[in-house]
Design a protein around this ligand. Sequence first.
Ligand code: SF4
Length: 444
Amino acid sequence: MINKRRPPQRGPVALVRLQEDAYDSLARALELCRGLEDLEPGHSVLIKPNYVGLPRRPYVPPFGVVTTTLVLEALIRLLQDHGCRHILVGDGGLVMPDVETGTEITMALLGVPTLARRYGIEPVDLNQGPFVELESEGLKLKVSQTALEADFLVSLPVLKTHSQCRVSLALKNLKGCLHLRSKQVCHDAGLHLDANVARLARLLYPDLAVIDGRYALAQGPFATGRARRADLLLAARDALDADLVGAELLGHPPQEVLHLAETARLLGRGLELPPVVGDLDLAEARMDLPHDFAWADPYTPEVYAKAGVRGFLLPKYDASLCTGCSYLYNPALVMVLVAGQQAGGLGGVELLTGKRTAPSGRARTSILMGNCIIKQFRKDPRLGQRKVLIPGCPPKLSQVEKGLAEAGVPVKLDYYYGFLERLGRRYRPEDGFLPADFQPQEEA
Ligand code: SF4
């Protein structure tokens, strides 16, 4: 029987230090927020981590990008100690076979199959369905039946900022429970992403939110942001309450986070911060993590201006790029950056992607990346004399390399892989960035 999930009864928000023993820290947070009060031992539980996507290779640093296995395993043990025997861990991550990423691959990289053997939990790729079509405020979305039918839904996101939504916490995390097409619909050309995340909250609302703050990420949601070790745990029965505190913690006043403001409006609530309990003072723990990258002018990323890249117009991404094209935007930006530093100038090329970025009217060559922008602008008179189309939804990374080369920009995928290698070296174990946090703990 499909249950349109409603917000649970509210309680305090727990903010605690994530100590050496993650189990003890999480137990304390859940006790403080009375997080398991409504959970009966016979209930089925779905844990929804943030598994946006890690490729099998090359290595991409996971810090602040995906939920740590450290906190996931602690939660599984706590639920089992509570008496729960039917526990699922599910997400519907980015699917890009050409870069070898998908939910199953991400789960394998993070040791979820080992947790399945050790604890008898069930990993689920929510992308595989089934789905139920539901409507919220006029928006039709196909929602995971598994998520709707679980007796108890736990949202287990990372403490991260998001370049389009400012923060991506317990409510935004639920977008992974949608059919791929519905995820894309949320990134509509009218830029209603925040409103659509709030609409989803009317259909699917967790019974518990646990925000994994082992690491926090600035300029998220991908590894191109900058992670820091934070050692925090946030937990609350009510996801909006958890997110209001999480946003504040990241340095983003809740009234500026539109999907939180809209969710509050739809629930008939205000944006005042709920009571916070635990061993940390919110004001003292507050970080100021930027969510966005700077552009020197509407067509020039600041990093291009600083590096002296000339002759390439790259309009800033907007909320109409869904995860697939967003994922490709970064390699394109990085490859052009390296090529642009080596070449004298790039000859007036523009790269358009997403669903609504219009041609500048100033380029000699226009690259249209992705089916949406091709459909929208392929006949636009403002396009340059030469047009390079990179079809796909999303296109393949190798096609992006080929398309840029065809437009006369001498790029190589190796430039991007070299960048990832440098990113990986940024995070050193001696500075507290521990790959072991993303693997099951050693058995005693
Ligand atoms: S082409 Fe890109 S922006 Fe359009 S729906 Fe596909 S992934 Fe999203």
